[in-house]
Write a new protein. Structure first.
Length: 416
C-alpha cells in the first residue's frame, strides 16, 4: 500500500489550501501574519548597503552598526560614539525600530531568575526567562506568539498560535538579556548569556526559517553574530520529523531536544497531538539520524504527570525504545516534574514514583537527569509560558474530552 505523502509541517500552511490535520487538535496556520518593521538583523548585507545609500551614508557604517548590536548589545544612538553625532539618530531609527517592549518583569531565586513579558509591535505577547547558575547563564526564548501544538498539559498550548516571530524579534530577546547582564542588572554581577534554549512559547520547528536563521546568527562570530558555540544552542521540538531532518542539513550542529512525554503512540496521540502525524518511532528515528549526522547527543524531554505517564513500566518502555534505535550513548533523558497549569487538574508525580521512573530508564544504560524547574513560582518554568490564556468553548470542550481519554488510556497501564 502506497503511503500518502504528509505535508511539510516545518512551514506555514499556504493560505487557501486545506489544513491536512485533525480539526480541533492542531493549529499550524497563525491567526496573524503582520510583518514587523524592517530591522537590521533581518536585512542582508546588500539590503543594509542599499539602505545606507538611501540615507546618503557610506557602506562601512553597516559594520559599525553590527558591532554595536552584536558586540555591545546596544541600539541607543547616544552610545554609538564612533558614529558622527549628526547621523546617529537617523541610523538608529532606520535600522533599529523597537520590536519588543518589556511589559512586566518577575524575579525569583534571589533575582537570578528573571521572567520578562514582552509586547511585540502588533500587540502580541511573548515571554523569555533568564536563569543564572554558578558559572553559566541560560536564556529560554520564544519563537512564536502562542503555540498551535495544543498539548493539553501546556499553558502556552492553551493560547493557540497567534503568529510566528521574525528573526529580529527572536534575537532581541537575546540582545536585551546580554545588555542587562553586561550592565550588572541581574543578580550575580556582570556576565553574558552562555546557553540559549528554544523552549519558550511556540514550536520552534514550526517557524523553521526564522529559527534556523536565528541559530546561525547566534553562532556567527562577533560582530556578525553573538559568537555562541553551537553546542550551547538547544532547539526543542514536539517531533516535527521533516523539520528535524531539514535541521540536520544546516551547517550549524545545534543541540536537539525532543519533547516526547510518552513512549507509546496510544498515550502520546493524546498528550502530544502532532503524534497523530509523526509516530513515536518516526520521531525517535529522525532524532537518532540527527545524532548520526551532527554528533550531538539528543535530549529527550519528558514531563512527568501524576498517574498519566509516570508509570515505571513506561520508563522501562522508554529505555527500550531509545536503546533499540541506536544504543544508550546517543541520547540523554530529562524527566521534568510537571508544573501546575491554570485550568488543568494534572500535577507532578510523587517523588517515589518519579524516582522509580528514572531508575527504570537508567536500567537500560540511558543517562537520565531530572530537570531543574527554576522559576515555577513565577509561572516561568516549562509549560507555564502563557502571557494570557485565551480559550474558547470549543477548545475547552476538546481539551476536557482529551483529558478524559488520556486518563482512560493511562488507567489501562500494565501496573495500575
Amino acid at each position: 500500500m502506497t503511503r500518502t505523502p504528509l505535508p511539510d509541517l516545518s512551514r506555514e500552511v499556504v493560505p487557501g489550501q486545506p489544513v491536512m490535520l485533525a480539526q480541533g487538535e492542531l493549529q499550524m496556520r497563525p491567526r496573524r501574519r503582520g510583518k514587523p518593521p524592517q530591522h537590521f538583523v533581518d536585512m542582508s548585507a546588500d539590503e543594509r548597503k542599499e539602505a545606507l545609500k538611501e540615507l546618503g551614508m557610506p557602506a562601512f557604517r553597516a559594520k559599525q552598526l553590527a558591532r554595536h548590536y552584536y558586540s555591545h548589545y546596544t541600539v541607543d544612538p547616544e552610545a554609538m560614539t564612533d558614529l558622527p553625532a549628526a547621523e546617529r539618530e537617523n541610523l538608529a531609527n532606520r535600522f533599529f525600530p523597537q520590536l519588543v517592549t518589556p511589559v512586566k518583569t518577575q524575579l525569583a531565586d534571589g533575582g537570578k531568575t528573571v521572567k520578562t513579558l514582552w509586547r511585540l509591535f502588533d500587540g502580541a505577547s511573548v515571554e523569555s526567562v533568564l536563569m543564572r547558575y554558578p558559572g553559566r547563564v541560560t536564556l529560554c526564548i520564544s519563537s512564536q506568539a502562542g503555540c498551535g501544538m495544543n498539548c493539553p498539559f501546556c499553558a502556552t498550548g492553551q493560547m493557540g498560535l497567534k503568529r510566528n516571530m521574525s528573526v529580529a524579534e527572536i534575537m532581541e530577546q537575546v540582545r536585551i538579556a546580554n545588555l542587562m547582564l553586561a550592565n550588572g542588572e541581574v543578580a550575580g554581577g556582570p556576565g553574558r548569556v552562555n546557553n540559549i534554549v528554544f523552549m519558550g512559547m511556540g514550536e520552534p520547528l514550526a517557524n523553521y526559517r526564522a529559527v534556523a536563521s536565528a541559530c546561525k546568527l547566534l553562532n556567527a562570530p562577533q560582530p556578525d553574530g553573538f559568537g555562541m558555540s553551537a553546542r550551547h544552542i538547544t532547539v526543542s521540538t514536539v517531533g516535527l520529523a521533516p523539520a528535524i531532518r531539514k535541521l540536520m542539513e544546516e551547517d550549524i550542529p545545534v543541540t536537539l531536544a525532543v519533547s516526547l512525554h510518552a513512549p507509546d503512540d496510544e498515550l502520546r496521540n493524546e498528550l502530544v497531538p502532532i503524534n497523530t502525524r509523526f509516530r513515536v518511532d518516526e520521531v525517535v528515528t529522525a532524532a537518532h539520524d540527527y545524532f548520526l549526522k551532527t554528533g550531538r547527543r539528543v535530549s529527550i524531554e519528558y514531563a512527568l504527570i501524576r498517574d498519566i505517564n509516570d508509570h515505571a513500566w513506561r520508563g522501562d518502555l522508554l529505555g527500550q525504545v531509545l536503546v533499540a534505535k541506536g544504543g544508550a550513548h546517543w541520547v540523554h533523558v530529562n524527566p521534568i516534574p510537571l508544573n501546575p497549569v491554570p485550568g488543568s487538574k494534572w500535577t507532578a508525580s510523587d517523588p517515589e514514583v518519579e524516582q522509580a521512573f528514572v531508575e527504570a530508564v537508567r536500567a537500560h544504560g540511558v543517562s537520565t537527569t531530572i530537570r531543574d524547574t527554576r522559576g515555577s513560582d513565577i509561572d516561568g518554568a516549562c509549560g507555564q509560558l502563557a502571557a494570557t490564556i485565551e480559550e474558547d468553548d470549543n477548545h475547552r470542550q476538546d481539551r476536557d474530552a482529551r483529558v478524559a481519554r488520556v486518563e482512560a488510556i493511562a488507567g489501562d497501564g500494565k501496573d495500575s
